[in-house]
Design a protein around this ligand. Structure first.
Ligand SMILES: Nc1ncnc2c1ncn2[C@@H]1O[C@H](COP(=O)(O)OP(=O)(O)O)[C@@H](O)[C@H]1O
Ligand SMILES: O=C(OP(=O)(O)O)[C@H](O)COP(=O)(O)O
Length: 412
């Protein structure tokens, strides 16, 4: 395992460039799963806590902005619970005010002492936050114009929300000196490494999960960089279907996992297999649940009827993929190889992740769901180069699209 580290010629000004004793406005991404109205602890808290602690320990006045959910959805809640979880990770008090830029918020900001931390209310409760608009328009909003004069500096740590051109992400860098937080730096370096770094040895990309269009876009963008794409999940089955196997169909008429994705993507998938099939490795065996409720496996060549749902790659395929990983200089993961949440169907995902963990390679594991498998199956995050906390932003990075929040932050 080799760890991607921020380079000294960073694209951004960083916390190393920040003057002492500043009043800093810091954008985090604490967007979390919500259960019974309460945020659930996850990697985002732990990661951002390091940036927040560093700023507080240096004696800055630290005011935090973050969002949760989307208006109209059940996960659109106040950030009061987030402040408590964050405080545990930072090891310091995190005050909370249920206001973002009204009088209560401004009074709380003004009352803050050196080294103290305050979290403001969910930015998406402000009307001006959400519509996707250009940075100049966002910089002129009352939200940005009211808060900015209270601060000396803006720190953006929210890489995983940087694909959104929202006021708290793209407005402040135009009106305040702007710096990348530690999470922003590390995520940016790791997630652009596949395009930016030169690798002498084999570069492998493990792709799976449920979203075939994302997988196809990633494979098309990285076709000249990656030597081997190892496929699994729903996306892998659609490739097997294009190769003529009777898999990758919705068997339950109410399910919508395969057929609509097939309609949208099958011509592209067929072309990819015809034009660069040698780069693409498909499963040679698959796993399903038998009548006794046990995991059963079958060779892909022996599947004659479309009468079972496959939930994982088979053990032989998993071991073959692990061998490729062990022979790689760099491995990137996007999407799970099976329904790993059910232990019976975790073999593919876990075998490949364990191979990455034990191999001395540059590795990035991304996607909110896939990276959850690391703690679920007792693997040590430190054995991976980088475990991304970004979902949509990671995909955009892998498909070569710029991120509005990152562009706004880059040095002129
Ligand atoms: N054969 C399969 N059938 C149904 N779901 C699958 C299958 N293989 C993988 N998955 C599911 O894919 C999910 C991960 O997919 P995705 O959202 O694309 O990735 P990520 O969240 O890592 O970006 C996992 O929760 C897993 O259960
Ligand atoms: O969690 C997030 O994105 P992700 O689910 O793609 O990782 C970000 O906080 C962005 O949230 P949004 O997709 O509601 O704009």
């Amino acid at each position: 395992m080799s760890t991607p580290t921020p380079t000294s010629d960073s694209a951004f000004d960083t916390l190393d460039d920040l003057a002492p004793e500043q009043r800093v406005l810091v954008r985090l991404d604490l967007n979390s799963p919500i259960e019974d109205g309460e945020p659930q602890d996850n990697r985002r808290f732990e990661r951002h806590a390091k940036t927040v602690r560093e700023l507080a320990e240096a004696g800055h006045r630290v005011v935090l902005l973050a969002h949760q959910g989307r208006p109209g959805r059940d996960d659109f809640v106040s950030l009061s619970g987030h402040a408590e979880i964050l405080a545990e990770h930072v090891g310091r008090d995190v005050r909370f005010v249920a206001d973002t830029y009204g009088t209560e918020a401004l009074d709380a900001i003004d009352a803050l002492g050196a080294g103290e931390i305050l979290l403001l209310e969910n930015t998406r409760m402000c009307d001006e936050e959400l519509p996707e608009e250009d940075p100049e328009t966002k910089a002129e909003t009352e939200f940005v114009q009211t808060l900015a004069p209270r601060f000396d500096a803006y720190v953006d740590d929210a890489y995983s929300a940087a694909h959104r051109s929202h006021a708290s992400l793209v407005g402040f860098p135009l009106v305040l000196p702007a710096y990348a937080g530690r999470v922003m730096e590390t995520e940016y370096e790791a997630n652009t490494a596949i395009a930016a770094k030169e690798f002498d040895g084999r570069v492998t990309m493990v792709v799976g999960g449920t979203k075939a269009t994302d997988v196809i876009d990633v494979m098309n963008n990285l076709g000249d960089t990656v030597d081997d794409f190892l496929l699994g999940g729903i996306a892998g089955e659609l490739f097997l279907r294009a190769a003529g196997h009777p898999v990758g169909f919705d068997l339950d008429p109410d399910a919508d996992l395969y057929d609509s994705q097939w309609e949208t993507n099958h011509e592209t998938v067929e072309e990819m297999l015809a034009e660069r099939g040698e780069q693409i490795t498909l499963a040679t065996d698959l796993a399903y649940e038998d009548e006794a409720g046990e995991r059963a496996e079958i060779d892909v060549d022996e599947i004659e009827e479309k009468d079972v749902s496959f939930l994982d790659i088979g053990t032989d395929t998993a071991e073959g993929y692990a061998d490729v990983v062990r022979d790689s200089e760099a491995v990137f993961v996007k999407g799970a190889l099976g329904v790993f949440e059910d232990e019976r169907f975790s073999v593919g995902t876990v075998t490949v992740l364990e191979a990455i963990a034990e191999t001395d390679c540059f590795s990035v594991v991304g996607g909110g769901d896939t990276s959850r498998a690391i703690e679920m199956y007792g693997m040590d995050e430190a054995d991976f180069g980088h475990v991304s906390i970004a979902g949509g932003a990671y995909i955009r990075a892998l498909t070569g699209q710029p991120l509005a929040g990152v562009e706004a932050l880059k040095r002129e």
